[in-house]
Ligand binder design. Structure first.
Ligand SMILES: Cc1cc2nc3c(=O)[nH]c(=O)nc-3n(C[C@H](O)[C@H](O)[C@H](O)COP(=O)(O)OP(=O)(O)OC[C@H]3O[C@@H](n4cnc5c(N)ncnc54)[C@H](O)[C@@H]3O)c2cc1C
Length: 478
């Protein structure tokens, strides 16, 4: 009878096998993962994949020093369960269970704790990175691979693949108490969000200057917003608490996003808070039959247990896309025929908070997708400079997330609305994440994403160009 290896021994065996596989592969290689949260589709599927699915385990949790070691392809669902078993949570957990630690470290992950702890990559302590030549190097802020440590965020697997990471965790409590406040004016909503972020931020947070601080002033562990229309802004704040009068359940018939419209306060278990957006993929399940009305109700009732949750919704979405279902049904179904001319606009962008109202005004006028998710983010360590996704340490940024389609006119070029957003975000001093489609001309792209710094890293860590470049991968979708 074989005795199972402990996670660390098993990890060592997986590393050796992987390094050998990449050496043998010789040519261009790319990750073969079990799941993906990459929206753009790749044109060339013929490139050989490295099977890294087994790198999906929690290796150790150090609740004293508040760090955990995880393998690179560990889905956050597993990482969260591993940390919660020790009364902790990763400091920043992206909202979807299938996002992996490695994907979020390289792909700019964010969450409602980001106003304190920054992006996911800002929670990294060190990473073991598999380079295209088969070497595995340890990248830390204080060793000879510090350039790779700071250049890894926003490299999207074009410099190497993280196979193990040590990330920061925080102490959690059993429940999260939520408060939802509504604002008619975008300016007032954003002003209040900024004020609360400043008060609760570990770096900028000041001891109460006035004895008249109100309960809504915090301190808060989580801050985010949802914009349902130009006059309907909801500011949600949350904090860990030990006890709760009840624990809300948004995992089946009641979508979480709807609760924002009628509840003032709420309580969720810490785990349910972390996955509050997963069941309905924020609100994107509406487009997959789980919308309002009787039809949506029945779909939830009957199909909900099998199809809700980001893991299942991705499968449905990918099946629909891969089999060109829309194209096949278009001749028979009018609504599908009409939607063929719609342009997918699935993006997350960051804009300095002071320009947030301007962005929303542009967005409602030109794009008009509703709702919009708003997540504040600030650098926790002003000295740490992440070369490919640098942010001003003194600025609070707002991430706006929107995931839907916009009706396109015949004469419009491909990507018309997406490109419009790229231009506006740049005008406002912001930047967008690259997990989805992008339409930047190459020179503008490299100016925006520090081409000089990128090629310095590329020539050092992938001198033979075995992996694609960031532009090839994220704009040309090769
Ligand atoms: C609809 C949608 C909603 C999203 N919502 C959120 C959100 O709410 N919060 C949030 O933080 N992010 C969100 N994202 C973005 C997501 O975090 C990034 O796309 C992230 O990179 C996905 O990670 P993944 O593990 O699923 O990786 P994949 O989707 O498989 O890959 C993404 C990229 O990362 C590279 N990569 C994957 N694993 C590794 C690794 N171990 N080492 C190096 N490179 C690697 C891949 O090569 C690829 O280029 C969303 C994306 C989509 C499409």
């Amino acid at each position: 009878m074989s005795v199972p290896l402990d996670p660390l021994q098993a990890h060592a065996a997986k590393r050796a096998a992987l390094a050998a596989a990449i050496r043998e592969a010789g040519g261009a290689v790319r990750l073969g993962k079990a799941t993906s949260n990459l929206f753009r589709t790749r044109k060339d599927a013929a490139v050989r994949s490295l099977d890294v699915r087994a790198f999906n385990q929690v290796l150790a949790v150090d609740a004293e020093n508040l760090t955990m070691d995880v393998e690179g392809m560990t889905p956050y669902e597993t990482a969260v369960a591993g940390a919660l078993a020790h009364g902790c949570l990763p400091a920043v957990v992206p909202e979807l269970k299938t996002i992996t630690v490695g994907g979020a470290l390289t792909g700019v992950g964010i969450e409602s704790s980001s106003f304190r702890y920054g992006f996911v990559h800002e929670t990294a302590v060190e990473m073991d990175i598999l380079l295209p030549d088969g070497r595995i190097v340890l990248a830390r802020p204080d060793n000879e691979h510090r350039d790779l440590f700071y250049g890894f965020a926003n490299s999207y697997g074009t410099l190497g693949y993280v196979i193990r990471a040590r990330i920061r965790i925080v102490r959690a409590k059993r429940f999260v108490e939520l408060r939802h406040r509504r604002f008619r004016s975008a300016e007032k909503f954003l002003e209040e969000m900024k004020r609360l972020c400043d008060l609760s931020n570990l770096r900028t947070g000041r001891p109460p200057a006035s004895p008249r601080l109100l309960p809504e002033d915090g301190p808060w562990d989580f801050i985010e917003g949802s914009v349902f229309s130009p006059t309907q802004h909801i500011l949600t704040t949350g904090r860990f608490v030990d006890d709760a009068p009840y624990a809300g359940n948004y995992k089946y018939m009641r979508p979480y996003y709807k609760s924002l419209l009628y509840r003032e306060t709420d309580f969720l278990t810490a785990s349910d808070y972390i996955w509050r957006w997963d069941t309905d993929w924020f609100w994107c399940s509406r487009r997959m039959g789980f919308g309002p009305g009787l039809k949506g109700f029945l779909a939830r009732l009957v199909l909900g247990p099998w199809l809700l949750g980001s893991r299942n919704l991705w499968k449905v979405f990918n099946w629909y896309r891969r089999n060109e279902v829309a194209k096949k049904l278009a001749p028979y179904v009018k609504s599908i025929r009409e939607s063929q001319t719609w342009e997918p606009v699935i993006q997350d962008v960051e804009v300095p908070a002071d320009r947030g109202a301007e962005f929303l005004e542009f967005f409602h006028r030109e794009i008009a997708i509703k709702p919009v998710w708003v997540c504040p983010v600030r650098k926790p360590d002003p000295e740490a400079k992440f070369d490919l996704y640098e942010m001003d340490p003194d600025t609070l940024y707002l991430n706006f997330g929107f995931w839907d389609s916009v009706e396109s006119k015949v004469q419009m070029p491909k990507g018309h609305f997406n490109r419009m957003i790229e231009v506006e975000v740049a005008r406002l001093g912001g930047r967008k994440s690259l997990y989805s489609e992008s339409f930047y001309p190459e020179d503008e792209f490299w100016k925006t994403y520090n081409g000089e710094g990128y090629f310095r890293l590329k020539s050092k860590y992938d001198p033979e160009g075995k992996l694609l470049t960031l532009y090839q991968k994220t704009v040309r979708a090769l």
